[in-house]
Design a protein around this ligand. Structure first.
Ligand code: COA
Length: 260
């Protein structure tokens, strides 16, 4: 796959996707969103990709937001279309992938950048990371799922304060409010993401895909999460991974899952 704004690297069952516009602090423009969609779609289909790490290029930013220069003169209609398309192509798409996506937040994650990190299945941050949704300082609101996912992750009151103040929180604060799962020195960020990824790859990719679906269903007001869990649980019983997992346990050996 050929890309201009992102890098995709492979290492056995792991894929690393790096947003690569460091001179613009990896701001998300139209091309980046399209390329990320293309890369994630292909990786989600790929049987050999069991975990994806998403990070930003350089040591300053994960993503400093949507590219402000692209939408500064948009109309009401164009603004709505921008949010809709972005949510469909990237943010909702990533959240609903069957392959786990870990955000390695290596610096500023602002606006669309924090929204992208929040669309990932979980987040690990470096100690220089700064996170926030500064949109109201620009006269707009978060449009890539931020008003929904931030309260889900840190609670309504904290989310309201962060959105209204357009403020930034540092990595320890993000850790204490559950926005990120771990904080480490910058040089330890990717090694830790890879260590967690390695633990994930020991398990059934098929079951993990079903688990993601069931967890997400609980946050979708049009679905019944418990019912989604029952259905997903049942489906696991028809999979080769389930046969291998249970057989390996009974034979006292490590499971070798056929996978995705
Ligand atoms: N969209 C477009 N370009 C952006 C950008 C964004 N969201 N964030 C940063 N950039 C660009 C800057 O314009 C600058 O480009 P230039 O060198 O061609 O002028 C370059 O990235 C470096 O940014 P700069 O502002 O010089 O870095 P800094 O260290 O002084 O400040 C930030 C860093 C993150 C505090 C600052 O860039 C910022 O506030 N960015 C916007 C954050 C934001 O509001 N995001 C939400 C968008 S909805």
């Amino acid at each position: 796959m050929e890309f201009n704004t992102i890098l995709v690297e492979r290492e056995e069952f792991l894929a690393q996707v790096t947003i690569n516009r460091p001179t613009k602090l990896n701001a998300l423009n139209r091309d980046t969103i399209k390329e990320l969609h293309r890369a994630f779609k292909a990786l989600d289909k790929d049987k050999n990709t069991k975990v994806i790490i998403l990070t930003g290029s350089g040591d300053k930013a994960f993503v400093a937001g949507a590219d402000i220069s692209e939408f500064a003169n948009f109309s009401v209609k164009k603004g709505e279309a921008l949010a809709k398309k972005g949510q469909e192509l990237l943010f909702n798409f990533v959240e609903n992938m069957k392959t786990p996506v870990i955000a390695g937040v290596n610096g500023f994650a602002l606006g669309g950048g924090l929204e992208l990190a929040m669309a990932c299945h979980f987040r690990v941050a470096s100690d220089n990371a700064k996170m926030g949704l500064p949109e109201v300082s620009l006269g707009v609101i978060p449009g890539y799922g931020g008003t929904q996912r931030l309260p889900q992750l840190i609670g309504k009151g904290m989310a309201m304060e962060l959105i209204m103040t357009a403020g930034m929180i540092d990595a320890p604060k993000a850790l204490s409010c559950g926005l990120v799962n771990h904080v480490v020195k910058q040089e330890e960020l990717l090694p830790l993401c890879k260590k967690i990824a390695a633990k994930i790859t020991n398990n059934s990719s098929v079951a993990i895909g079903h688990a993601i679906k069931a967890v997400n269903a609980g946050f979708n007001t049009t679905l019944d999460g418990y019912n989604a869990e029952i259905k997903a649980f049942g489906k696991c019983f028809g999979t080769a991974d389930f046969r291998e997992g249970t057989t390996a346990f009974l034979e006292k050996r490590k499971a070798d899952f056929p996978g995705k």
